[in-house]
Design a binder for this molecule. Structure first.
Ligand code: PPE
Length: 307
């Protein structure tokens, strides 16, 4: 059990005991994957617990719901309050927050609009996504034989539960092949993203990342890193990236709420750069974590303090 089950979960507007936060097996979401969700981190800064980019995460959640025609019966402000209260009521400091909006129990059949839209916020302590050493030592990744969804199949800009069936295939394959993570290509064969992270590379001192049109989730960490890099005077280019450009990169790293900024040390067993965390990766990690620890000024207003 990865959870401490003593906490409370916000479920359709009320806090319920962890073990009482249940749904019926005939809920629409169980059969057809009808959910959208977020992953958000709360950091225990020097000035107390603070949620990273709360407004942007809730906005993306509502955008995901919009794509699937889900009417959320709360305002974004109410949802932000629910998230803050969930962290507070559970006495958490540094934690991972998982809001989910899904189609509930009423009838089955693909047409979803007769099923109620239900909302949940849970939070728990979640450590390093790709292992304790990953942030320093880097991870080994393999390009997956599973592609990311083509743009006219599943919307990648929706952070929908069903998209993660595709991620699961890639993630399982990569672990069975001895890697820590999978990199997926898009429908045209260009680099897209990891199973749960965006990807960046450094070549000739320039930072590259695939564009939104490469079938990827518009990551909030991705946006944060682009902002920090430009502020450091780095050139950042969003462009289509062929697979071999990964092999020839000086540095490579993954970004995501769970993975934060994780260096990649090899791709398909080809060593990247020196095979260790690169200089720019380290500088970007430093400026990212300084803000999250409350050690640098929060000049972009990325933090929402609990109190
Ligand atoms: N792409 C995918 C497919 C993805 O799942 C994530 C987040 C990102 C990019 C980065 O997005 P952002 O968190 O806004 O920077 N993945 C979430 C879920 C991971 C999981 O295993 O569950 C996360 O990092 O919270």
């Amino acid at each position: 059990m990865a959870f401490d089950e003593s906490g409370k979960i916000w479920f359709n507007g009320k806090f319920v005991d962890w073990k009482e936060a249940n749904i019926h097996v005939l809920s629409h979401v169980v059969h057809y994957g009808s959910s959208v969700f977020e992953g958000i981190r709360c950091y225990n800064t020097k000035q107390g617990p603070a949620i990273f980019r709360l407004e942007e995460h809730v906005a993306r959640l509502y955008n995901s719901a919009k794509i699937y025609r889900m009417d959320v019966p709360y305002s974004q402000k109410e949802f932000r309050e629910a998230i803050l209260e969930t962290v507070e009521i559970n006495g958490l400091k540094a934690c991972y927050i998982r809001p989910v909006i899904f189609r509930g129990y009423a009838e089955l059949g693909v047409y979803p609009l007769n099923c109620p839209v239900e909302s949940v916020v849970a939070a728990w302590a979640w450590g390093k996504y790709l292992g304790e050493e990953a942030l320093e030592m880097g991870v080994d990744v393999g390009v997956s034989s599973w592609r990311r969804m083509a743009p006219d199949t599943m919307p990648n800009m929706a952070k929908a539960g069903s998209n993660y069936m595709n991620s699961q295939l890639a993630k399982m394959e990569s672990l069975f092949n001895g890697y820590h993570e999978a990199i997926m290509l898009d429908y045209s064969g260009m680099v897209s993203e990891g199973s749960g992270e965006n990807i960046f590379l450094v070549k000739d001192g320039i930072l590259y990342t695939p564009p939104i049109s490469s079938s990827l989730l518009n990551g909030i960490t991705r946006d944060s890193i682009i902002t920090l890099a430009r502020d450091m005077g780095l050139e950042v280019i969003e462009q289509h990236i062929p697979r071999e450009m990964l092999y020839l990169a000086e540095e490579l790293f993954l970004t995501g709420t769970a993975a934060e900024v994780t260096p990649i040390r090899s791709v398909d067993q080809i060593i990247i750069g020196e095979g260790v965390r690169g200089q720019l990766t380290r500088r970007l990690q430093d400026s990212f974590f300084k803000i999250l620890e409350g050690k640098a000024e929060d000049q972009y207003h990325w933090l929402t303090y609990l109190d």
